[in-house]
Design a protein around this ligand. Structure first.
Ligand code: NAP
Length: 249
């Protein structure tokens, strides 16, 4: 049975544009309190416009997910702002990096992708745990946290539809494969604390990251991602597409 996410506290990293912004809108529309992050929230115009509409329920915060120190101080700030428990964490912030031929890749290209797309989501979980903001909320029977890591089908080694028939993208692809390994391992490690961890593919979506290319728009992607998160089906340790299909690791 579907389980609507409503009246909860939700974190969306990279909430300033693209898929993250779309998710922020969907969570706000369902009466949740949303902590949205951006590297420079003072310049996140779409979030500022939304804040006019939802001054009580949208909290804008600064976070650079490529730096562990930024993540640690952000998590401490969230705690000191009075947040008691994060019910849903969407690790969405990510980047593609430079579009390069095989011969052009430098170490920095891999490092940037790994920092933003693999280590960043890991350290966000680690630091929210450190602040005791993730886990089961004893006062609420349905209070166990959900962690949704926005991965990519490009991180799959065996998907026959996209990843096996495309070339290049070495740094992005491998950083999302690493995120997948982190997701499935976190799912096992955090299961005793009641925390569900799932890797989600948002589709090929027209955003800044794709230079406006894609097969679907943000609305279709985020409607699908919400339906998966609210499906009420077991999610822990799975890799699912926005349309609910299972993606092979
Ligand atoms: N679009 C697609 O087709 C597609 C497909 C598969 C997976 N994905 C994944 O979906 C997620 C969102 O992608 P998108 O297409 O919506 O991208 P986007 O439009 O470029 O938005 C990226 C978001 O991430 C934030 N961000 C970027 N670098 C960051 C950093 N170092 N620290 C913190 N935040 C950072 C940005 O916020 P600020 O610039 O305000 O800091 C922005 O809100 C990514 O993880 C991406 O890999 C996208």
């Amino acid at each position: 049975m579907a389980q609507p996410i409503t009246g909860k506290t939700v974190v969306v990293t990279g909430g300033s544009r693209g898929i993250g912004l779309g998710l922020v809108k969907k969570f706000l529309a369902r009466n949740n309190t949303v902590i949205a992050t951006s590297r420079k929230s003072s310049e996140a115009q779409h979030l500022h416009a939304l804040h006019q509409q939802f001054p009580e329920r949208l909290i804008m915060t600064d976070l650079d997910t490529t730096a562990k120190a930024s993540i640690a101080s952000w998590a401490a700030h969230v705690k000191s702002a009075g947040v008691k428990h994060v019910d849903v964490l969407v690790n969405n912030a990510g980047l593609y990096g430079r579009r390069l031929q095989l011969s052009e890749f430098e170490e920095e290209d891999f490092l940037l992708n790994f920092k933003a797309n693999s280590m960043g989501p890991f350290f966000v979980v680690q630091q929210l745990l450190q602040q005791e903001l993730l886990g089961s909320a004893p006062d609420r029977p349905d209070g166990a946290s959900l962690v949704a890591n926005i991965s990519s089908i490009m991180g799959s080694n065996t998907d026959p539809t996209v990843s096996a028939v495309t070339r290049g993208g070495f740094a992005y692809r491998s950083s999302k494969a690493a995120l997948n390994a982190i997701s499935s391992t976190l799912a096992r490690d955090l299961e005793p604390q009641g925390i569900t961890v799932v890797a989600l593919h948002p589709g090929y979506v027209r955003t800044d990251l794709t230079g406006g290319n894609g097969w679907i728009d943000v609305e279709e992607s985020t409607a699908g991602l919400m339906a998966v998160m609210e499906s009420g089906k077991p999610l822990s340790g799975r890799f699912l597409s926005y349309n609910g299909e299972e993606i092979p690791w």
